[in-house]
Design a protein around this ligand. Sequence first.
Ligand code: DGJ
Length: 729
Amino acid sequence: MITYEHDSRAFYLETDNTSYVIRILNDSIVTHSYYGAKIPREDLAYYNVPAAINFSASIQTGSGCNSPEALRYEYPTFGRGDYRSPAVIVQGCDGSDVNELRYLSHRILSGTPKVADLPHLDTNTDPLQTLELVLEDPVSGYEVCLYYTTFDACDVISRHAVIRNITDSPIQIKALCSASFDIESSDFDMITLQGSWARERHVERYPLHHGVSAISSRRGASSHQLNPFAAIAERSATEHSGAVYGISLIYSGDFRLAAEVDHFDTARIQIGLNPETFSWTLNPGAVFHTPEAILTYSQTGLNGMSQNLHNVCRQHLGKCADPNLKHPIIINSWEAMYFDFNEAKMIQFIKDCAGLGIDTVVMDDGWFGHRDDDFTSLGDWFIYDRKLPNGLTHIIETCRQNGMNFGIWFEPEMISRDSELFKAHPDWCIHLPHREPIESRHQLILDMSRPEVVDCIFEQMSKILRNYDISYVKWDMNRHMTDNGSALLPQGCQNELAHRYMLGVYHLIARLEAQFPHVFFEGCSGGGGRFDFGMLYYMPQIWTSDDSDAVERLKIQYGTSFAYPPCTMVAHVSACPNHQTGRTTPMETRGNVAQICSFGYEFDVGRLSEEDKAAIRSQIIKHRQMEDMINHGTFYRLVSPFETALCAWQMVSKHQNQAFVMVAWQTGAPQPKPLYLKLHGLDPTKQYHIPQLGIARSGATLMHVGLAVTMPANVDHASVAFDLIDQQA
Ligand code: DGJ
């Protein structure tokens, strides 16, 4: 719900539990008044920032003299006395970077305007509203439309900006945030998700300090290293209590997310494209759209913040919000065979999987060009006839005969030097004229900013998807950007490449999805190197990490859940000793850890014991019983693997008639302490049967007394799972 109060010149953006208030000062300066727990629509003019402060610029704001560096700007600029980070820097038609934005007009729209060519939150069926707030700098020659959409039930506000050149000459955008807001206190911690390949999204918490705390990517991808998400949490906030803001970006490329604390201890929070690898020439009359940011606020701690993000993702984000979405249970050939397969081996692999309950067999890397290793063939998306002399027909028929679908791997954004494509188009890779482009995993990146490159890959992939009965595509991307240069872009526009690349990638995916609506796309980037809301818009699940070890996955999945719902995380039970860590974990633990995610397998079933095969059958039966809860229920983090040797989490179904609790020990101990675990989100009046304990107890007892869980002594990597089933259901 969005309202404008004429007398106080204030906008009230309200969700079920939050308010966001913007106020226009008498001289048209647009200020941020409040973001937090829901308040009545009262005039906040009384709650003033310091007027004129010493040793600072001063301006007349109608209410008197004010210092810009003490004002809380809704969309700050550079060069007129506010020395904190600007939300926008434009080198305007006067040749300078000094900008000043003032209120021009506003409209309250129903629904949400499309963010051109970019992934975004959709309204779906909800009657949502959007505030369009237009600010102008006539001297620099541009106007900015700020868009705010309220997602009431999710307590989420989405924001993006559209900038328009209103002069007769080109202007240069040097920085442009999707969202910026100032909060009056800096007594907060910043929580971010850091990592590397095979160690994605580990939770890191640190206090805000004077100056800038920032995370960013300059890699051409959202990256394994720092995810485009942060929580800004009250210092005392826990998983279950305290005030927490959540900030994220619906984007898969370079980003920057920062919190700057100034000398009055106020904090400026900003998210958007990374200005270090972005600039844009805006011609007269042209517009530029930023990616969309997601903001949320919760008073029920980190879990509350995560649940808001999970809900908005599952209800409003592209494919994730498809009401008919069903995540298939897959088996992937990668860790079973790597590059070493042929038709006979693949057919045997499929036959070995028959009867286990698996939905889809996915043939991973190695089926195209002449790819026997990672030195060749990216860009040549035709069947490798030495390995697969009869094409895919027999393989797909074997899947069908055994009651399974067939999926295939592509890495569409890449090119190998050893490929037909490179021979034909050596300038189609990202490169600069006077430098040899650097390889990573022996490959180069295709210049997806060029329409003819996108067309060529679209045609090649379409041919495969048209000619064969393929229901699933795993979309991989295995290196980061270097040598940012495009043979097509004019010299002065080379800094547009990283963003134009992302637009090209999104365009390619959108075209393929429109052409092949029955195909389910899974995202991947060397594991979880591009795990973001941008990719999730198109692909409702992402391979969470190349590290499939159950113990490592505790931290990875726990951290990922800060922003992303478990149903978006692909988790596979894989072989032991584990291929990444060499660790052996019980089959039960591997199943328990993966169960709440998009579930699957990653090993050679032919080598498994009958006991393991029986375990797979029962894991799949269990997963099917939990599917609806995983897709629509509420996830709670209970015990952090970053703070203890344990990890515990819980899932509760939408109508609270089912729950699943998982506890895992990272390492064993000679005299393990019992874990007293209070459950969350249950219906206090319902009686829940717990088959593993042979008891039924009320939700009230399970939430206030809890479960006492003991670990067997000296057992490494043990785990237990409890099912809670409403007896009346
Ligand atoms: C990286 C992915 O994360 C793996 O699962 C696998 O698909 C390989 N690429 C194949 O090259």
